[in-house]
Structure formats: C-alpha cells, structure tokens
Design a protein around this ligand. Sequence first.
Ligand code: PBG
Length: 344
Amino acid sequence: MVALSGVDAEFSGASGTFPTVRPRRLRTTPAMRRMVAEHRTHPADLILPAFVREGVDAPVPISSMPGVVQHSLDSLRAAAVEAVEAGVSGLMLFGVPEDEKKDAVGTPGTDPDGILQVALRAVRAEVGDELVLMADTCLDEVTDHGHCGVLDSEGRVDNDATLARYGEMAVVQAEAGARVLGPSGMMDGQIGVIRRALDAAGHQDVALLAYTAKYTSAFYGPFREAVNSSLRGDRSTYQQDPPNAREALRELALDLAEGADMVMVKPGLPYLDVLRTIADRVTVPVAAYQISGEYAMVEVAAERGLLDRERAIDETLTAFKRAGADLVLTYWATEFARRSRERL
Ligand code: PBG
C-alpha cells in the first residue's frame, strides 16, 4: 500500500546520501506544519455545555471544575453572547433546580417554569438562532434520588415509566425553544419514544443528538457537583460497561433505526476507539463529549504546573477530530474558539 521502494534502495547501503526520504522536511516551520495538518478544529465544530442554577443572581463557581460555573440567568445570557462572538456553534444546557423542588419523578423537568425551560427561553431571547440551542433530556438533574429515570417499588430504574417522562420533557423543552435534544439517560427506546412525542406535538424539526455510546464512568465525578446531584450508587444498570466496544454498535443500530439525527460517544478520551469505529460506519454527524473529569484533569494538572494548559487542550481536541468526530462538546469551547480566531 505505502510505497517504500525508495527506502528499500537506500537500505541497500549503495547510496552515500541516506536518508533521502525525510519526513522531517514537512515539520520544519509552524507554517509548514499548519499547511500539512490532516485535521483542524474549527470553532463551528464546538458545542459549549453550560449549567444554569435556579435562584441565584450571580454565577456560582464549581470547585471541582476550575473555571466553570453554575450560571445565573444573566451570566448565562452573557456566556451565550460570548460563545456566538467566538464562533461556537451550539450550547447544551443543563438545569439545576432548587433542591427542595426535586422529587421522585423530576417535576422541574416538565414544569414550563422549571429552570431549564426558563433558561432556554432566556437564551433564545438573547441570541435567537445564532447558537444551536440544545437541552439535556434527562431526569438526574431534577430527581431527588439523582438517577436518570424514575424508580420502581424496589428502587430500580424503571425503563418504560422513564420513557413516558422523557416524552413529556422533550415536548416541554421543544416548546421552550430547544432546537436539539440530548437524551442522556441510556434508557432502551428513548430515541424512538422522544421522536414520536415530539412529532405528535408538532415538533418535527427538533433534532435528536443521541448519546449512543455513553459509558458508566468515574470521569463524570465533577459533574455531580455541577448539578448538585444527590446520587448514591452508580448508573451501571443503564449506562454501558467500559469493557464493551461491540455493544456500542448495537446501541448505534437502535438509535439510527429509532430516528437519531446525530450520534455521540461519551466520555471522550478514554473511548476514542469507540468514536473511530462509529465514525467509520455512519452517515450522520458524530459528536464526542469531553466530560467534566477530562476537563478537571487538565485544569488541575496545569494549576500544579505539570503541563502546558493550552497545548494540552489543543491536543485533546485534535484527538477527537483525528478519531473522526465532527462535533465536540467541551467546556473549553468559547476559550478555544477565541484562541483559534486570534491565530488566524
Ligand atoms: C446525565 C448526564 C451526565 C453528564 C451529562 N449528562 C452525568 C452522568 O451520566 O452521570 C456528564 C457530563 C460531564 O461529566 O461533563 N444527565
């Protein structure tokens, strides 16, 4: 496949000019390296995940994610404007209701005045369709037990009862102005049920970003603080088990058959193999979610002077593009987009 004949000839030792084939020629200057780069991350590839907290009038820092906050409505609006100005494509919103409003079925998730819905309307009013507005369609931020679904009498996550709640949430989120929904709960059938609920309510144009391969991960740790989660235990009965790659293809087939418009792999860096495999097989856009723990690892290591922060960020984003991602959800979206525009 690769023509190595020149190399073979040189290995004969006949030439006194070995090596004549020198890959380093294309690495000599920044301009040269930029010219021959196989992959680039463009601001338009990026989606900013953001948290909005009910009942605060100033942003609340998230200590486990240095530099990320739980937004107030005002600071969220400002962050949305900054994202637009930097050229970021989308905003994925997570709502954090007041603790006392959380209950067993996640009522704030279907209340038109729940924080996520209020925030969707506020961002739409501020930036219109200049950002693709996305909503997390999941119950863990709004339930008092912190699971992604409702529980049965034995405390297990009840798949089909949860689907009914997702269908209701989806319609409420679409009505609040979300253009894309991200069902992140890993219930069986969630894409199909949400698609039908949206269509029945006249929201045929609201798209679904399927969390196709979402793995149970230790790297979600900081997110728990970000959404004030009260989860005890873990999500291993619904999220995928880390050793399984082939199973992701089964999830993929289901999501596509049920009507996914885009598919996603999550977490990002520990699952680049799954990302590559999926990207090689689909005709829909593929996203990677660089999650809270991936963010925190770089920030904390950089804080301690262990690595060059900006280079590390750039390298991780490059890794997603190289592994086949079209889109990347990253907490660095606005910062990276700004920096890449400055470089032009
Ligand atoms: C569930 C959800 C989670 C994240 C996004 N959606 C948490 C989980 O599955 O445990 C994690 C995002 C991150 O860690 O950055 N609604």
